[in-house]
Design a binder for this molecule. Structure first.
Ligand SMILES: [Zn+2]
Ligand SMILES: [Zn+2]
Length: 343
């Protein structure tokens, strides 16, 4: 079969690789009908997240079940399914607590030997371990473009908002309007946020946030700190940082009201200065970390099926798997919000 493999920083290839085969009784084999390119794939593309040369990448997928092991009960051959971006064992201590994102035996699709040695979804076929927990049937009538978001990007936006304890009537600011930030805008509105301020520097992304019901604010042209504070009488109840850097986290601290909550969902890879004294003085609650998408996927699917969450406008490009090298170039140049690859 064909698959998109990492070659070297700035280089992916579409290669002929071995077909996957069932290995464990709770494995499923899936024919991939659509896969997404994600911001975290760019970390691999640039070599910031090390992946072996020739490893298949990608972790967002919708497909059709081709085969299942004896212990797979929740999906069957022929089912149209979507997956979460990682697997979890359901039996370790974090899993028993419901913290699937901290599973001691978790494996992430398409992230190389360091994250579970699980080949990725930008391929014609995919081996899915722990299929009872990893896969869900796609609701009747839901497009692949929409379903693709349930197991990663929309689950992450939803997590950012619920993890912050957002209540109906709250005011919210969202920093960084990539797909996760834009999904957080939608999730905040769906959770009853009275007012969402959406902050970025890219005009198209600000326009998309406005379409989703937010007030767009340009990071440098609009003085978001002053605008948000004066509109809310001192700061928002909840700020979502969907960038994942010290600068945005510092801005989040100043945008949030006394005793409010900052929810950091971006991947904080670098180091930097955050005004801890100010955060302490204001009595802020900080909530950080990777999203628990397995815990959220059914609710996210239900909200998308009801049309309350709708990531479809985020899909700006459809490209062929064979054209993955060009797709990565386009995505890296920030010419696309979400690229969906089809075989
Ligand atoms: Zn992703
Ligand atoms: Zn576990």
């Amino acid at each position: 079969m064909h698959a998109v493999t990492f070659q070297a920083p700035g280089e992916v290839a579409v290669e002929e690789v071995a077909d996957p085969a069932l290995q464990a009784p709770d494995d499923a084999l899936v024919r991939v009908d659509a896969s997404g390119i994600c911001g975290s794939d760019l970390h691999i593309y640039h070599g910031r997240v090390p992946v072996e040369r020739g490893f298949t990448i990608g972790h967002e997928f919708v497909g059709t079940v081709l085969a299942v092991g004896d212990q797979v009960e929740r999906v069957a051959v022929g089912d149209r399914v979507l997956g979460t971006f990682h697997t979890a064992c359901a039996t370790c201590t974090p899993c028993i607590r419901g913290d699937y994102h901290r599973c001691a035996n978790g494996r992430t699709f398409g992230h190389g030997g360091n994250l579970g040695n699980l080949q990725g979804a930008q391929a014609e076929q995919l081996l899915v371990p722990r299929a009872n927990l990893t896969l869900r049937r796609v609701p009747e009538g839901m497009s692949s473009d929409v379903a693709l978001f349930a197991g990663d990007v929309m689950g992450t936006g939803y997590h950012a908002v619920t993890h912050a304890g957002l209540r109906a009537g709250d005011t919210v600011s969202v920093l960084g309007l990539g797909p996760v930030g834009l999904c957080a805008v939608q999730a905040a509105r769906a959770a009853g946020a009275a007012h969402v301020f959406a902050i970025d520097t890219v005009a198209d992304r600000l326009a998309m946030a406005e379409r989703f019901g937010a007030t767009p604010l340009h990071l440098t042209d609009d003085d978001p700190k002053r605008t948000v504070r004066s509109a809310t009488g001192g700061g928002v109840d909840v700020t979502v940082d969907a960038v994942g850097d010290a600068g945005p986290l510092a801005l989040a601290v100043s945008l949030t009201r006394d005793a409010g909550t900052v929810s950091g969902i971006g991947a904080y890879a670098g180091k930097g200065e955050v005004p801890l004294g100010l955060a302490w003085l204001k009595g802020l609650t900080l909530r950080l970390g990777l999203a628990n998408v397995i815990a959220h996927v059914d609710r996210v699917l239900a909200l998308m099926e009801a049309g309350i969450l709708d990531p479809a406008p985020l899909v700006t490009h459809h490209m062929r798997l064979a054209d993955a090298a060009e797709a990565y170039r386009v995505y890296d140049a920030r010419e696309a919000l979400k690229i969906v690859l089809t075989p």
